[in-house]
Ligand binder design. Structure first.
Ligand SMILES: NC(=O)c1ccc[n+]([C@@H]2O[C@H](COP(=O)([O-])OP(=O)(O)OC[C@H]3O[C@@H](n4cnc5c(N)ncnc54)[C@H](OP(=O)(O)O)[C@@H]3O)[C@@H](O)[C@H]2O)c1
Length: 223
């Protein structure tokens, strides 16, 4: 079992924390305000969950999930994340979350922004393609015909293997798309992004399972 730190404990962080606790992992949650403000969430998650500051969550997590609005990326602590595996869930949506000048200037692609901020961490892009409501419900046991597959990407193979094992424990297969730069193939605007979305009901409808074969077809469209 793994201790997972969370920088950001909202829709995606909170959903992942619940899946992790249900799978038997320990979670350390943080947000932009205070550990006290996470009291209700942590109480609801039970004894495997505790609240902390972002620095403490980064220090205590064996794997650390970053799930904040991307515009706040500079506030992610660097020192406690040195040499650690960091899961990057971030998508760039300037209209809803605010713009990031260095992305707008073309200095860095959005999917590589967190790794540039954390050059000594092993960043693995994951969970950025699935709406939190669907993430909460689409997990299945190993071998289930309707088990979904999530894309991951990163520059460190060992980190990706560790993240794949964690995601497996949460009820999902993974497909390794390659280096972090290749995560452009499942970035916003691609078919692989929000692949679970039913075009009729969209965010109000149940998520659709996406198998590895489905996912590879969608990723190939963004070659
Ligand atoms: N929602 C989805 O379905 C979904 C799916 C895939 C990827 N994503 C990506 O995941 C990220 C988070 O989205 P979300 O929907 O979960 O957002 P959200 O519900 O608004 O939650 C954001 C969380 O980040 C915290 N936060 C903000 N600034 C912070 C900082 N400087 N330090 C520590 N914590 C901070 C917030 O804490 P406070 O409440 O205290 O401010 C809150 O806990 C975004 O980049 C989004 O693109 C979202």
């Amino acid at each position: 079992m793994t201790t997972i730190g969370f920088i950001g404990s909202g829709k995606i962080g909170g959903t992942l924390a619940r899946l992790a606790v249900e799978a038997g992992h320990d979670v350390v949650l943080s947000n932009s305000r205070s550990p006290q403000s996470l009291h209700d969430l942590v109480t609801g998650l039970g004894p495997r969950a505790r609240a902390a500051t972002p620095d403490q969550a980064a220090t205590d997590g064996e794997i650390v999930v970053v799930a904040i609005p991307i515009r706040a990326y500079r506030q992610v602590p660097t020192e406690p994340l040195r040499d650690k595996i960091v899961i990057d869930t971030l998508n760039y949506d300037p209209a809803r979350q605010g713009s990031v000048p260095e992305i707008e200037a073309g200095d860095v692609p959005p999917h590589e922004l967190l790794q540039t901020h954390l050059p000594e961490s092993h960043v693995v892009k994951a969970f950025s393609t699935v709406f939190f409501g669907h993430l909460a419900t689409l997990g299945r046991p190993v071998g289930a015909a309707d088990r979904s597959c999530l894309p991951i990407a990163g520059d460190a193979s060992a980190a990706k293997r560790r993240v794949a094992a964690l995601i497996d424990s949460l009820g999902y297969d993974t497909y390794d798309v390659g280096a972090l730069a290749e995560s452009r193939r499942f970035a916003p605007g691609t078919r692989a992004q929000l692949a679970h979305l039913d075009p009729v009901g969209m965010f109000t409808a149940p998520g659709r399972p996406v198998t590895a074969a489905d996912l590879v077809k969608l990723l190939d469209e963004a070659q």
